[in-house]
Design a protein around this ligand. Sequence first.
Ligand SMILES: Nc1ncnc2c1ncn2[C@@H]1O[C@H](COP(=O)(O)O)[C@@H](OP(=O)(O)O)[C@H]1O
Ligand SMILES: [Mg+2]
Length: 254
Amino acid sequence: MTIRDDHSLAADLATEAGERLLRIRERTGFGDSSALRAEGDRASHVFLMESLARLRPSDSVLSEEATREERLDPRRLGASRVWIVDPLDGTREFSEEGRSDWAVHVALWEGGTLTAGAVALPAQGRTLTTAQPPKPPSFDGGRFRIAVSRTRPPEFVQRLAYLVGADLVPIGSAGAKISAVLTGEVEAYVHAGGQYEWDSAAPVAVAQAAGAHASRIDGSELTYNQADPSLPDILVSLPELATSLLSGIRDLHR
Ligand SMILES: Nc1ncnc2c1ncn2[C@@H]1O[C@H](COP(=O)(O)O)[C@@H](OP(=O)(O)O)[C@H]1O
Ligand SMILES: [Mg+2]
């Protein structure tokens, strides 16, 4: 792998981890889904950790699959460059034959902001990247689509859809849902009730580079590389829809 800059590195690592995951799916099969999930998580984590240690030895890494001690390493909080990775987002969907809504996330946080990132969607044959941000379609009115978790949608989301005139589209993986906003399959993604920095850092880096709206559901900023990596709610949407979605969510929580 020839390394040019952080944007290309994020894209190359996410893409290669994704190719490895496709091979694991093919080799292992779907007979024992918990073994397939465990092998996918482990192999992708090891590949990303070894690659970053070799190619960016001075940087810190926060990975979903790291041990609790590794995640609590105080050096990460004092570091100026931290890679935030989710080796396999949408682990459940990865282990279901025929599904393509799972992803590999690689993001770079520098001094308070996300500066580079990539989301590989291996079973869709594409990687969305800050190296070449996608151009989301513009919204020209009418009913629209909100992507939600297949298994843990926020309790208020049905009422929100009714209020703003939208249909709900269940999709697995935060990365796949945010990518769906950027490629025009849906117009928004709403989540609440629990999630972590690695679930959103890379797709948010790409969404911001693409000019989409990304925030907490109260409209405040998403902040990364915190001591506690919990980041329980998120709204990503086409920019034209953010105001009405945020005010709809606010009305439902009054
Ligand atoms: N209530 C919750 N608590 C903790 N994590 C959650 C969550 N809801 C969703 N997530 C995480 O967010 C990612 C996307 O979830 P979903 O597909 O349901 O939208 C998944 O990541 P992983 O697949 O990496 O574990 C999932 O674990
Ligand atoms: Mg995840």
